[in-house]
Structures are given as C-alpha cells and as structure tokens.
Write a protein that binds this ligand. Structure first.
Ligand code: FES
Ligand SMILES: [Fe+2]
Length: 441
C-alpha cells in the first residue's frame, strides 16, 4: 500500500505503464467508486428480467445496492434498495415480485414501484405536524439519478450530470445492435439466471484481460489442445468428417496460435470502450444455420441480412463494466466489491424468433467458454488471482502496457491498431487513459 496519501493520481498513470497501487490501494478503490462507477452509466440488467408489473432484480452499482423494478405502467425504475424510515433494505431476495407496491418488512411503510411513498401506518396520528410530510422526498425511496435503456439493456447513472447514455456508449452501442439485429424479431431476451463468480482480484484486471489477444493461445492452450485431440478423433468417426461445432469453440484456443491473433484488430474509442474485430468463425453451412438464414432473409431481406451477419466483431468492451460477445449473445458484467474482490455476472441471451439449435449454439459457448464450469474460465481466474498477488508484493512498482506502443493509428478520435498488431496492448492503454480522465474528476 502507499505509505502516504495519494496526492497526484496522474503520477500513477503513464501512457505505457501504471503504478501497481492503482490495483491494490483501498483508498484509490474508494475514489474509483466515487468518480467512476457511481458517476458513469452502469449496466443494470435487461428489461426481459422484469417482464411483469412488480418484478424486480437487485444489482450492485459501485458501492450502492440498487433494485431495478417494473411499474404497473410498464416503466422501469432503478431505486436504492433502502427504506427511508430507518434504512432497512427493501428487498432481501436477489429477484422476485413486490406485488402492487413495496412494503418494508420492518414497520410497513409502503412505496409505489417508482419509489414514491404510498403509505405509513397511522400516518396522521404519528407524523402530523412533523417535517415528515407525504411529499417530503426524504420519505420516499431514493431513485438513481438517471435511468435509460438501449435496445432493452437498462443502464443507470448515480450522477445527475454527464453525457446521456447514447453519447456515453458512442461506438460501443454496436454490441447491442449486433446482438439484437441477429434476432429475426430484432430483440433478445435474457436466459435466467446468470452465473456469478467472485474473483480474488481487482476489477481492472478482468477488464484488461477481455481484449487481450495475446493471452488465449497461451493461457487456454492446454484446454484447446485437449479439445482438439477429441475433435480429431470424433471427426475421423463422423460420417461427414466433422466433429460437433462446440468442439471448435474450445479447439480454437489451440489452433489459433499467437501469430494468428495478430491478424485481428482492436479499435479503441473514447471513454475506454474498445472493439476486437475478427469474425468468430461460426457460420457453417449446416442445415441449422441455413434454416436460420432463411428466417432472417424473410425478416430483413437479402441485403440487410448480409450486412447483419457480416458484422466483423469478436468482442466489445464497454468501460468500466461490460464485456460483450455479441455474435454469440454473451454478456459479462463486472461489479467491484472491494479492492481485491470482484463479482462477475455471466449472462447469455436468446435471439427472439431464431430456431432452437441457434440458441443451443449460444448455450454451448456459454457453458464451454464463459461459465465457471469450464477450464477456460478457471485458467483466466487463476491468472487474475496471481496477478493481484504479484501486484500486492514489492517485487516491482509498475504494470506495463508497452506492446506495439507507437504503432497505433489515430484517426477520427479513435485509435486503431496497425495491420498485424492485433496483440497490441492498445486496449489497456485506452482503458487507463479513460481511468485517468475520470479520476481527475
Ligand atoms: S425501516 Fe422501513 S418501515 Fe421502518
Ligand atoms: Fe482468457
């Protein structure tokens, strides 16, 4: 830990390296929560998690326990999960239905779904002549300062000022467009419930790993090789000479070697957002895909269909809390719990109107690559924990992000990696640039 209080955070970040305390100092973590997570737009959940009036889902935003709830008018509100009377948490379950209103379990104050006070038991006799009038905002549940949704994905900001959601997301909106456009009905719906993993490492270590194209063929090589061996065996025995597609999802970690990852590209946008391009290679010409293509062409026409399925995205990072793999409808949300503890919520979605086998493909990827049951995830988690342990030591002061430094191409306000520099550490430099800007306040 730093021996003196932090006076100049800008000294912690240089274009190609970052002080280790940025990952390990509890004081810096508290400032990050104030200046980043409790200010910018944070993903709360998908509207389909709360389809009916009174449905709610709790979510951690920065250090604040929040509840996302559907009102009888269909409106989605995001409220602090706290009773204004004596502070009792309003809902104790992770999700559920409030009925027609919230009712505090302690002294039965009740609230509308948008947080407004509904009633207090024996209100007139108990509170007549006091400052606790019905219209006193201190008698209602506090609302998130701003709530907006984009194509069904709900975000909140706990600050009244700052850019609106579309402006904040900028080019990273493509994550949601790509996901929804692939649905014949233009929408996705969540598959409940998510996996939740608590990582023993700082939240930024997870985000920096997401578009780190250098690590998959190293970290996940053993998993990839094992899958590839089985895949070859199965292919030999199969009539058509091919193993099931899901084997490819794992064997790619061995067959796409480091040099091949350099052929990918990252495009780094303001606010720390970033896209890793490269198609995920999942457009085989099997009967399931062809049936899906047919439905899509009927829905969109041939030209638009080709645009939709031709979108060249592998992964989108929406700083500071989302990692989205839109071609396979995967989304991971990062919830920092402490300087060395991070919750990730691992979700996946169903394309509305798509045939079941297409959903099964997304489910296979969810289970094989992103779930806590897979070795892919376990190998990443081990690295995250080891990184945090190393950074907590006095074995060095800096984390370095120098790969392909100086070769990035700046254009139109974003930074692209140069040809054959896909393993550049540009995404980490971009994230830390945004971090430093936010932390300046
Ligand atoms: S704490 Fe909620 S009604 Fe008293
Ligand atoms: Fe990984």
């Amino acid at each position: 830990m730093l021996r003196e209080p932090i006076t100049d955070l800008s000294k912690c970040v240089e274009p190609d390296r970052v002080r280790r305390e940025v990952y390990t100092d509890p004081q810096i973590f508290e400032l990050e929560m104030q200046r980043i997570h409790e200010r910018v737009w944070i993903y709360c959940g998908h509207e389909s998690q709360i389809p009916k009036s009174g449905d709610y889902y709790t979510v951690q935003v920065g250090r604040q326990p929040m509840v996302m709830v559907r009102g009888s008018d269909g409106q989605v509100s995001v409220l602090y999960n706290r009773c204004p009377h004596r502070g009792n948490m309003m809902v104790g379950d992770r999700y559920g239905n409030t009925g027609e209103f919230f009712r505090c379990s302690y002294h039965a104050w009740t609230f509308h779904h948008d947080g407004r006070l509904k009633n207090i038991p024996m209100y007139e006799s108990g509170y007549g002549g006091t400052r606790y009038t019905r219209d006193n905002p201190d008698c209602s549940m506090k609302r998130a300062a701003r709530v907006e949704s984009y194509r069904g994905f709900v975000f909140c900001s706990l600050a009244h000022d700052g850019p609106g959601l579309p402006e904040f997301l900028g080019e990273s909106k493509v994550a949601f467009d790509d996901m929804c456009d692939r649905a014949p009905e233009g929408e996705v719906e969540v598959v409940p419930n998510c996996f939740r993993v608590i990582q023993r490492s700082n939240w930024k270590i997870f985000l920096e790993n997401q578009l780190d194209a250098l690590h998959p063929s190293v970290t996940h090589q053993s998993t990839g090789r094992a899958a590839h061996e089985v895949e070859k065996e199965l292919a030999k025995k199969a009539k058509k000479g091919e193993a099931p597609l899901s084997y490819h999802m794992l064997s790619a970690f061995a067959t796409v070697t480091i040099d091949k990852w350099d052929a990918f590209q990252t495009i780094n946008y303001r606010n720390g957002h970033c896209i890793l391009t490269g198609y995920m290679g999942l457009r085989p010409q099997d009967p399931d895909t062809l049936a899906y293509d047919k439905i899509m062409i009927e829905a969109y026409g041939e030209k638009r269909f080709n645009e939709i399925v031709g979108v060249n995205i592998h992964h989108v990072l929406i700083y500071p809390g989302l990692s989205v793999q839109s071609p396979l409808q995967q989304l991971r949300a990062v919830r920092p719990l402490g300087v060395d503890r991070t919750l990730t919520e691992i979700w996946h979605f169903r394309l509305k109107g798509a045939p079941e086998p297409i959903y099964r493909r997304s489910l296979a990827y969810y289970n094989l690559v992103n779930s806590p049951a897979t070795l892919v995830n376990a190998d990443d988690l081990e690295n995250f924990w080891k990184c945090h342990q190393g950074l907590a030591s006095e074995g060095g002061d800096w984390v370095t992000f120098g790969r392909h430094l100086g070769r990035d191409i700046e254009k139109d306000g974003h930074v692209e990696t140069a040809p054959n520099c896909g393993t550049s550490e540009a995404p980490m430099r971009n994230q830390m640039k945004a971090w430093a800007e936010y932390m300046r306040g």
